[in-house]
Design a protein around this ligand. Structure first.
Ligand code: SF4
Length: 416
């Protein structure tokens, strides 16, 4: 276990590994891995042809790690021939997530290797790595200076904000426009940076891509589950066994990440995620979690402490989610504040009428935005209402539950 000091806050992030480290090899023992150490741990960079890479990514079922869990092989196959570029998204807009900045701060060469592998396979000359966190930016910048294979690579500091980290926002920002999602859902592989098709994914996805190229299918699949080989980085928050960023083999039971409180509410997938009651039967596997109605998203899992009021936490985050609308779509701009007002009223004892109003509004907002923000926010709020029925009943009867507010879910400075 090692402690990573963050640049943006005095807090520290604890880093740990369950099983054999892959992404975090060398990190837990010694912190940041420089180029010589990286090569000693992983061997020389292995470049693969496009057809090999596509087949291997398909065989190991690599799914994107930014939240949508899109199959990376399909994304690669969708890229046209010709002038294309690579975008490595390290903007990590989810306020609760720390995994991307830990990866970039501690294992920057794995991320760069992945970008170089993708660029080689696609014949791309331009690579852009987009980073928000200052320490992560400095680490990747220094890593690039150590290497001779990064001509055409630029490392860009990006904007803060939840929807600002969404890939279409990032590309708009790189193209000189406001870093918000466009009104139309044009995907990066159709029109990306500079108008050319972009192969764009999260930083952790690129690190896995490097490992697939290095290890081959059999080597990569030596850990993880049959359905989803390999490992995942999670950010664990609150009443969990090891708070901080942890690398786990895919397929491990979620119950291994907690101790006691088997029926406590747990948030899976971050602020666009899902509240569930307990985690029995759930495993760290994107397809099975999605099938269970609680997608892993960007890998944030949080459990408030026993004896605290989770509703207060839900209200606080709902208000912040409403404030993050980019103001382009009415159902999002007007609907999310109204939903957070409904949630706040329920937390101070409003009864069934307000619950009916919230349910009506959920149906008006869902599926009506130009990006995933309203749907994700609705998922956070409606799953809380579903999961916290007992708490809502207590609040409706007494106006509160008398417990201190839970404060495990972080918000950016200035968030309510
Ligand atoms: S859905 Fe909301 S956040 Fe997304 S583009 Fe529209 S207004 Fe902006």
């Amino acid at each position: 276990m090692t402690l990573i000091r963050e640049a943006a806050a005095p807090a520290t992030t604890t880093v740990s590994v369950l099983g054999t480290p892959r992404l975090l090899a060398g990190v837990v023992e010694g912190g940041r891995v420089d180029l010589a150490h990286h090569r000693a741990l992983h061997g020389d960079l292995v470049l693969r042809r496009r057809t090999w890479l596509s087949g291997a990514l398909h065989d190991v079922n690599l799914l994107g790690r930014g939240g949508a869990a899109f199959p990376v092989a399909a994304k690669l196959d969708a890229m046209p021939l010709g002038r294309v570029n690579i975008v490595v998204n390290g903007s990590e807009g989810e306020p609760a997530s720390r995994k991307d900045r830990v990866l970039m701060t501690c294992a920057p060469h794995l991320v760069i290797d992945g970008a170089v592998v993708a660029a080689h396979a696609l014949g791309a000359r331009d690579v852009t790595i987009v980073i928000h966190d200052a320490a992560a930016h400095e680490s990747v910048r220094l890593a690039a200076l150590e290497r001779s294979d990064v001509a055409g690579m630029r490392i860009v500091r990006t904007h803060d904000g939840f929807v600002g980290g969404e890939i279409r926002s990032v590309i708009n920002g790189l193209n000189g426009a406001a870093a918000i999602p466009g009104g139309r859902r044009t995907l990066p592989h159709v029109r990306g940076v500079g108008g050319a098709p972009s192969f764009a994914s999260n930083v952790e996805t690129f690190a896995h891509l490097a490992l697939v190229a290095l290890l081959g299918v059999d080597g990569y699949a030596r850990t993880g589950s049959t359905a989803e080989p390999g490992t995942s980085l999670l950010t664990l928050i609150g009443d969990v066994a090891t708070p901080g960023v942890v690398e786990v083999p895919n397929g491990v039971p979620l119950g291994m990440l907690f101790a006691g409180q088997p029926d406590a509410p747990v948030l899976i997938g971050g602020y666009h995620g899902t509240w569930v009651r307990g985690v029995a039967g759930l495993v760290v596997e994107r397809a099975s979690l999605r099938a269970a109605g609680s997608p892993l998203g960007a890998g944030v899992i949080a459990r408030p402490y026993a004896g605290t009021c989770v509703l207060d936490e839900v209200v606080r985050v709902s208000r912040w989610l409403a404030s993050e609308s980019s103001g382009q779509c009415g159902p999002c701009f007007f609907g999310l504040p109204a939903l957070s007002d409904d949630m706040a009223a329920l937390a101070v004892g409003a009864g069934t009428d307000r619950l009916a109003s919230l349910t009506r509004r959920v149906n008006l907002v869902r599926g009506r935005g130009a990006c995933a923000h309203p749907d994700g926010s609705v998922q956070f709020i409606s799953s809380a209402v579903r999961t916290l029925g007992d708490e809502l009943e207590t609040h409706a009867r007494h106006g509160s539950c008398g417990r201190p507010a839970s404060t495990v879910l972080p918000l950016p400075a200035g968030g309510s």
